[in-house]
Write a protein that binds this ligand. Structure first.
Ligand SMILES: *Cc1c(COP(=O)(O)O)cnc(C)c1O
Length: 360
């Protein structure tokens, strides 16, 4: 079976050269006589893999020296609780921007720990926009402002970094971290699960500014305490070693491809192929406002939903899988992360045209 074009939202497609290298090194990593999976996390081999992955990520994203990179576990959903536990620092509330399914989940979880001020919501637009910054009603006393930089389900993405003054900006970047450069210095904290755009499930990446460490609520589990993890170089507990190793291979692959500026160009080209076509036909439509469209997750609908199943079946027959939209929005969704080659998007658009010609 040849490899398919996998449009899954996550866990998602990984670069083929990375998978091949992992396969080559599976039984014997660099003459160690063992798999990375079998190594002690405190042995010098794995410590080297860990340090290199951190250093590559720091370089790729140009993470400033006053930020710590933590490799944690629990995914973004755990971070929805870990963030308020660590960042409230005695304050009673935080600001949240409601842009769709994932920010709603963040809000629900935060409500267990603090007052939530929904400073702006895209609900009235059916979550097809990002509320303009000048409409936000921020609380000057908020412990932080939380955004979801890319709504994986709804397909809306921030095209700007909001200015929130001196209050730390926190972003769930699960589905667009490393898709383009980020100005890390504008954020207090970035977090995301690796399984969308970076590597296997099990690894959570946290990038946090030094001055935000040390104020965790006393009930915070040690493994979820940013300061304790930072002091222990993310090894307070056994880290997800294999996922870190594969993420490190992905970081190296990104570097070899020219880093994040080159990735952004590549991702813009892929997204344009799809959106430009969607805008020329009435057979399909994109529900998202043009200036808020995600480069990573492209939801679209067929005018006649009775054709959905036939569309998916035809795609599968042509080696394109996981195009069914999330159950909450229906229709289709093409996730086109870093590792999706442009040929995958070209094949999809060609198929969409063919399907329209036959059924339109
Ligand atoms: C997938 C996703 C999540 C959930 O991540 P888990 O790893 O399952 O906790 C949260 N936020 C965003 C933006 C996502 O894409």
């Amino acid at each position: 079976m040849p490899r398919v074009f996998n449009f899954s939202a996550g866990p998602a497609t990984l670069p083929e050269p990375v998978l091949r290298q992992a396969a080559d090194e599976m039984l014997d990593w660099h003459g160690s006589g063992m798999s990375v999976m079998e190594m002690s996390h405190r042995g010098k081999e794995f410590m080297g893999i860990h340090a290199e992955a951190q250093a590559l990520l720091r370089k790729l994203l140009a993470v400033p020296a006053n930020y710590r990179i933590l490799f944690m576990q629990g995914g973004a959903i755990a971070e929805n609780a870990i963030v308020p536990m660590n960042l409230l620092r005695g304050k009673s509330g935080a600001d949240y921007i409601d842009t769709g399914e994932w920010s709603k989940k963040s809000i629900q979880e935060a409500l267990r720990y603090c007052k939530v001020n929904v400073a702006a919501s895209a609900k009235d637009s059916g979550y097809t926009t990002i509320p303009r910054r000048d409409t936000w009603t921020l609380d000057a006393n908020a412990a932080y402002v939380h955004i979801c930089s890319n709504e994986t389900i709804g397909g809306v993405e921030y095209g700007f970094t909001p200015d929130v003054g001196s209050v730390p900006l926190v972003a769930d970047v699960s589905s667009n971290l490393l898709s383009r450069p980020f100005d890390v210095a504008r954020y207090g904290l970035l977090y995301g699960g690796a399984q969308k755009n970076i590597g296997p499930a099990g690894l959570t990446i946290v990038i946090v500014r030094d001055d935000l460490l040390g104020g965790a609520a006393s009930f915070t589990p040690s493994a979820f305490n940013y300061k304790e993890q930072a002091e222990n170089d993310s090894m307070l507990n056994t880290p997800p070693t294999y996922a870190i190793y594969v993420a490190g291979l992905v970081f190296r692959w990104l570097e070899a491809r020219g880093g994040l500026v080159a990735m952004e160009k590549h991702n813009r080209a892929k997204a344009a192929l799809l959106y430009d076509y969607l805008d020329t036909t009435a057979f399909y439509s994109s529900p998202v406002a043009k200036d808020c469209r995600s480069l990573m997750n492209v939801p679209f609908r067929l005018r006649d939903t009775a054709l959905d199943d036939a569309f998916l079946k035809g795609a599968q027959a042509r080696g394109m899988v996981q195009l069914k939209g999330h159950r909450s929005v229906g229709g289709m969704r093409a996730s086109i992360y870093n590792a999706m080659p442009i040929e995958g998007v070209q094949t999809l658009v060609a198929y969409m045209k063919e399907f329209e010609a036959k059924n339109g």
